[in-house]
Ligand binder design. Structure first.
Ligand code: PLP
Length: 364
């Protein structure tokens, strides 16, 4: 069986470096809020091109704390794409604020043309998600935000290294949120995440917030949480960061093969925005016979996934928001037609060929 992702293969590419780094951190006797974390924060801020990086213990916590640090609360509205992973929306609702969904464009990200009609007097921020590793139209989104005096929170959980017009995702808005979940373009060996910002005030608040709200030991000026990035993960992440661009290049080579060698006219291949450097966290096809295609691939020994089968507005947990089937037809259509092919750093090219042959042999 060709697996959708095999982290062991990615790990093995850099195993010696990971083992050395983690062993060193383990032997240091210092496990929380130490040198490894501050070194990773420095390196990641520099990679992204932000002034500050605050290590957090997951991508979801990064989103929750980012929304909170900007003062967004119950009664406020945040514009978010309808086509996203649920965590983008949880970051809003965990703060009691209301998500307002905007449909995706042909690149799967939020359709910037549809944002203005979703703005009300309660709108506080726009939360674009650089879905599948491709940047949204940040020029347009930032100009709308500027015009309406809204904040911008970028969900970069899938877009490490992705750029729009040559500028890194995470640096356009007031705040950028990253996940380092192991399968992400920059992965740890467990849970972790980070927030980047250029704003010193927001950064200071977040450094305190992640550590019980304490900027000085036993002095708490704000109500915080425990959401720290530990030393072993920070050590491993420095190794992952060193090779993050190799991973981007490797996945781009696979994507190039899928885009040129898949000839089956019954599937729609993903469109790449010419202004963006796609990092292909996910390679997303569309097919009107998606379930049959998935079964055909399975019969050929290939696993594939659906990102995502149920959009957030139709999840049971969000019944209270009052949305129904048919309210957001574009993202619902994607949910019924999307299929993701295996694509990861270390995937052997013979397996890529088998995936291509299997897609091409599907009678659509
Ligand atoms: C993975 C992901 C998150 C959540 O990150 P975790 O580290 O798993 O909490 C948030 N948003 C998007 C778009 C994601 O893909």
């Amino acid at each position: 069986m060709i697996n959708f992702v095999e982290l062991k293969r990615t790990y093995d590419l850099y195993a010696c470096e990971y083992e050395e780094a983690v062993l060193k951190a383990m032997r240091s006797g210092w496990y929380i809020m130490g040198k490894e974390l501050s070194e990773f924060e420095r390196q990641f801020a520099s990679y992204v091109g932000s002034k500050y990086c605050i290590g957090i213990n997951s991508g979801l916590d990064a989103l929750i704390l980012a929304v909170r640090a900007l003062g967004i609360k119950a009664g406020d509205e945040v514009i978010v794409p309808s086509n996203t992973y649920i965590a983008s929306v949880l970051g809003i609702t965990e703060n009691g604020a209301t998500p307002v969904f905007v449909e995706p464009d042909e690149y799967f990200g939020i359709d910037a043309e549809k944002i203005e009609s979703a703005i009300t007097e309660k709108t506080k921020a726009i939360l674009p998600v650089h879905l599948y590793g491709q940047a949204c139209d940040m020029t347009k989104i930032c100009s709308i935000a500027g015009k309406h005096n809204l904040m911008v929170i970028e969900d970069c959980a899938q877009s490490h290294g992705a750029t729009y017009c040559g500028k890194m995702t995470g640096t356009f808005g007031d705040i950028g949120c990253f996940s380092f979940y192991p399968t992400k373009p920059l992965g740890a060996l467990g849970d972790s995440g980070a927030i980047v910002t250029d704003d010193e005030k927001i950064a200071k608040k977040l450094f305190a917030m992640r550590n019980y709200g304490s900027s000085k030991k036993y002095v708490n000026n704000i109500v915080g949480v425990n959401s720290r990035l530990d030393e072993l993960q920070a050590a491993a992440l420095q190794v992952s960061l060193k090779h993050v661009d190799d991973g981007v290049d490797y996945r781009n080579r696979i994507a190039r093969r899928y885009l040129t060698e898949i000839k089956n006219t019954s599937v729609i291949l993903p469109k790449c925005n010419p202004n963006s450097r796609h990092v292909y966290h996910v390679f997303a096809l569309l097919s009107n016979k998606r379930n049959e295609l998935q079964k055909h691939l399975f019969d050929c020994g290939i696993s594939s996934l659906i990102h995502y089968p149920i959009p957030p507005h139709l999840q049971k947990c969000y019944t209270y928001l009052g949305y129904h089937q048919g309210d957001l037809p574009i993202c619902e259509k994607y949910a019924s037609c999307e299929l993701s092919l295996p694509i990861y750093n270390g995937m052997p090219h013979e397996e890529v060929s088998l995936v291509i042959n299997a897609v091409n042999s599907f009678k659509g």
